[in-house]
Design a protein around this ligand. Structure first.
Ligand code: NI
Length: 194
């Protein structure tokens, strides 16, 4: 197994429509999938699509960690999953904003509109077919990774560019805002106690 180099936004491999996998069980496909899992874990990502490691094929891997999952049965933690030649069906015309990052756009994150519920299906290297409905983070990560297979990066889905920034800057200001709010609450309590 190997940790693969991740293509960053600006590389043309991220902008093309990827090719279907003719034989999901082929040794080179198994090796690629194993390397993608290792690369995703090393980069501490929630998902990784084959074009991000310079392989323009219809394959992505993902996981929904317990801390990212919700309470909904369709938003439960999901272990390491591979989807080869996947299909995604949006089950709602609604779009909800949620924060996303991308290993090909390091250091940045944004609020991106996505369908709140989807159905998706695909196969693994042994030909086992998976079909699931998903909501919440689970639905979001699958839509994000599926977009990569069609050359779509999350900024192309954005509607409000004021919700786009460097992760560390936003964390710094979020922390400052939380401290200010806590200080105001303490002031109010002090006044009430007088
Ligand atoms: Ni991505």
């Amino acid at each position: 197994m190997a940790i693969l180099k991740i293509a960053r936004m600006g590389h043309p491999v991220l902008l093309r429509r990827c090719d279907p996998v003719a034989d999901p069980g082929a040794p080179e496909v198994r090796r690629l999938v194993a390397d993608m899992f290792e690369t995703m874990a090393d980069a501490q990502g929630a998902g990784l699509a084959a074009p991000q490691v310079h392989a323009p094929l219809r394959i992505f891997v993902f996981r929904a960690a317990p801390e990212r999952a919700g309470e909904d049965a369709e938003d439960m933690p999901i272990g390491d999953t591979v989807m080869i030649n996947p299909e995604v069906e949006l089950l709602s015309d609604d779009r909800v904003l949620g924060w996303e990052g991308c290993l090909s756009i390091p250091g940045l994150r944004a609020a991106v509109p996505r369908a709140p519920r989807i159905r998706y299906r695909g196969v693994d290297c042994d030909g086992n077919r998976t079909e699931r409905t998903a909501a919440g983070f689970h639905a979001r990560v699958v839509q994000h990774e599926f977009d990569h297979l069609n050359g779509i990066l999350y900024p192309m889905r954005m509607t409000d560019f004021s919700l786009f920034g460097f992760t560390d800057e936003m964390a710094r200001f979020a922390a400052a805002a939380a401290r200010q709010e806590a200080a105001q609450q303490t002031d109010q309590q002090t006044e009430t106690n007088r």
